[in-house]
Design a protein around this ligand. Sequence first.
Ligand code: RIB
Ligand code: CA
Length: 333
Amino acid sequence: MWLHRNNDLPLWPGFGERGMDIKERRTLARQHKVILDCDPGVDDALALMLALAAPDAVKIIGITTVAGNVPLEHTTRNARGLLALADRLDIPVHAGCARPIMRTTGHRSVMHGGEGLGGVVLDPSAVPLGQAHAVDFIIDQVMAHPGEITLCPIGPMTNVALAMIKEPRLSKNLREIVFMGGAAFCPGNTTAAAEFNIYVDPQAAHVVLSSGVKLTMIGLDVTRKALIDRDLLNALISAQAEMPRLLGGMLASYSAGDPCLHDPCAIAWLINPMLFEGVDAFVEVDCGSGPNFGKTVAHISDRHLAGRKPNCHVVTSVDNVEILQFLRNRLSL
Ligand code: RIB
Ligand code: CA
């Protein structure tokens, strides 16, 4: 169980300041074999570039796409275009769900520009679309490599939830899930209560939160403390390589509306969790029809837990200067 000291949250008994015992540190050293489930999306694009720049810590074995920021055909085209741009034709792309579980259409984000990449249209043709549905790709990969695969959803979790429902053994065969989504102790960004990825498909989030898998939640609590700055933007825009340069242009427009490095924080956690602080909690999601629709509620005190065990490590903070320097180092900027 993870635990890091966070000054404004209780320190759980039996753990020190950083909360990690030697077993957890050894786990850290093992490279993550990752299926990145995403809805690119400008910050998804930066998350992918960061993952590709850290092969020592993250091996992307496949990308699955979901409707979220923009419709599925755009998120899928963008994922293929980004891999073509990175010259990573070895990584398969499988399209997933075009809508959330309970709604006929998803909620769109206007932050990412027309087709999801800040107006940049990439050529996807070099990267074929995988024949299998994303849900089947996830099931096939996880069941073929028991205990080895880390799922990293950075969009609505529709694909992940349906994979769990279709293959009940999936949860027991996953290494862990690190997801970008939710807002445990702070307001949402799509409504006052809900963060976008959870708001689009709260029922999917409920399936994942009740799955029993080792979960790490990279929510707005931490991503609002990971703000892009002018130096990083300029370093991207002036980069020699085409991918950082194009992403710099995308981020310049995106960050004017939302400067938070949401999705890159999930990848940064996979690479070096010691950058972050957090707390173990029992997290549930409101799937009702009221003003708290899509809200993630985190219980941490004994009274609030009421006998329930924590189901999720909620990452609550990061040092902004440190995470920006980490990104520049990893991206060689
Ligand atoms: O709330 C931020 C999340 O919603 C990010 O994943 C962003 O890409 C959007 O999907
Ligand atoms: Ca996303």
